[in-house]
Design a protein around this ligand. Structure first.
Ligand SMILES: [Zn+2]
Length: 473
């Protein structure tokens, strides 16, 4: 472990050095009245850019790789891959994307966004703009149908603004600071602002040292838990319809940086690498075609390393509207990274099961149903019934909206019912259904369950179970 630690720290140190030395960038004020710059928007190494477009279209932006300033790996300190089914499956220098890392359950990642402004107010981002960026992350990481991220791979990784701060107090997951040094990405602001980096993804918006965004290192480098563990995004490239304008105004800068935050390299990292050793050279991934250089714009066709380049991959440098996928192996590397390097980050958001009562008394008392399990896509859930007559036939009613009505001396909640299923209780008058919670239900979806049980002991021969309401997180 001591060897790993030393390597990690040296990589981190070289990464920070790389950030500190090459650029002296300032993002300067804009006229808040009409959004048009009255002064240059950015000054990098003395070069003045009057507009965001002149900055992102400049030779300096292109040649210095300012789309993302994540430092390169230190190839001088190679650590051999470890045995299978360990952290070595997504190590700093190799990937082993076995099927155990295929998406099978949802990770829920709490996010805190630290908005750092100039004292003049430049750099302000509204709460709704922040939420629009979280929405884009979910569209991209969940490959949500009907969104620009739909063509990608569903990583089953979700993000939400934190609802509790580290002290357990309610929060909207956004902090605001006014500090000109911090705005210029100086002053080690994370020592003052960071929330426990084991438990929260800390995102900062400021002038990002002249880049669109960066992370200091991959989590495999040992940064997790340190205050400096962070994602930094240029404030004007944050959120949907970001002020920087096309081609970087669709929120894909954060999607790309979160890819790094979860252990991914650039698709062009290390150039072509070796076709026969694609899990330990290049971007450490085999199902992303090897790529010599970053892509700019959105070329119809770009070829290097004898194959078409992965220009639509989030981990390239293409325009925001040109990138729309993580590959399946990138997803496995990210999920492996969550398991072994950011294991405290998952914030189980399980939803709620509410017992609504309203059942009627029969020969065995009130038939009672209860629900257990995590109400997120693909998670195992159980609905169980007790207190029915032995071997009783019953209808299970499932509804996605409910207008409760009086029926059979109780309350019928599961109306209008969407689904009816017929089951038999066992000899003890119990029944249990195990299933996986459906994929694709939006947050705060309510689902009602109720049983109508055959019970000869009562008039009408039927009793109602209690109503049960499940609400997705
Ligand atoms: Zn990058």
């Amino acid at each position: 472990m001591s060897t790993t630690r030393t390597v990690a720290l040296s990589v981190l140190a070289s990464g920070l050095l790389a950030l500190a030395t090459p650029l002296n960038a300032q993002s300067v004020e804009q006229d808040p009245g009409n959004g048009q710059p009255t002064e240059p928007v950015m000054i990098v190494n003395g070069e003045v850019f009057p507009t965001w477009a002149s900055y992102t279209g400049s030779e300096l932006f292109q040649s210095d790789g300012l789309r993302c300033q994540k430092p390169s790996r230190d190839f001088g300190s190679f650590i051999p891959p470890l045995a299978a089914a360990t952290a070595g499956d997504c190590g700093y220098f190799s990937t082993n994307p076995t099927s155990e890392y295929a998406p099978s359950f949802v990770y829920n990642i709490p996010v805190v966004v630290h908005v750092i402004q100039r004292t003049s107010g430049t750099g302000f981002i509204s709460a709704s703009k922040v939420q629009s960026q979280i929405d884009i992350l979910n569209e991209d990481f969940r490959a949500m149908a009907g969104t620009p991220g739909a063509p990608g791979t569903d990583a089953m990784i979700q993000f939400h603004l934190a609802t509790e701060d580290p002290s357990g107090n309610p929060t909207n997951g956004i902090t605001y600071s006014s500090n000109n040094t911090w705005y210029n990405d100086g002053g080690s602001y994370w020592n003052s602002l960071a929330w426990d980096t084991n438990r929260y993804m800390n995102v900062y918006t400021n002038s990002a040292s002249g880049a669109l965004g960066y992370v200091p290192d991959l989590p495999q480098g040992g940064i997790v838990g340190q205050a400096s563990d962070r994602v930094v995004v240029l404030w004007s490239a944050f959120g949907d319809n970001a002020p920087i304008g096309p081609p970087f105004d669709k929120g894909r800068t954060l999607t790309h940086e979160v890819g790094h935050y979860l252990g991914l390299e650039h698709t062009f990292s290390g150039g072509c690498g070796s076709a026969s050793a694609c899990y330990s050279t290049g971007d450490l991934i085999c199902d992303t075609p090897r790529e010599q250089n970053p892509t700019s714009g959105c070329p119809g066709n770009k070829t290097s390393c004898s194959s078409s380049d992965p220009i639509h991959n989030y981990m390239d440098y293409s325009d925001d509207t040109c990138m729309w996928e993580f590959s399946p192996e990138q997803v496995r590397r990210m999920r492996c990274t969550l398991q072994f390097f950011r294991s405290d980050l998952d914030d189980p958001v399980v939803g709620t099961w509410d017992d609504l009562g309203g059942g009627t008394v029969g020969s065995n008392g009130t038939p009672t149903i209860s629900g257990t399990g995590d109400l997120t896509s693909g998670s195992p859930v159980t609905v169980a019934l007790t207190n029915a007559p032995g071997g009783a036939a019953m209808l299970a009613w499932i509804a996605f909206s409910s207008v409760p009505v009086s029926a059979l001396g109780g309350t019928l909640y599961a109306t209008p019912y969407t689904t009816q299923l017929i089951f038999l209780a066992n000899g003890a008058g119990a029944f249990q259904a195990n299933t996986n919670w459906p994929v694709g239900l939006p947050p705060a979806t309510e689902v009602w369950f109720q049983f109508l049980v055959q019970d000869p002991s009562v008039t009408d021969g039927l009793t109602l179970s209690n109503g049960l309401k499940a609400t997705t997180p």
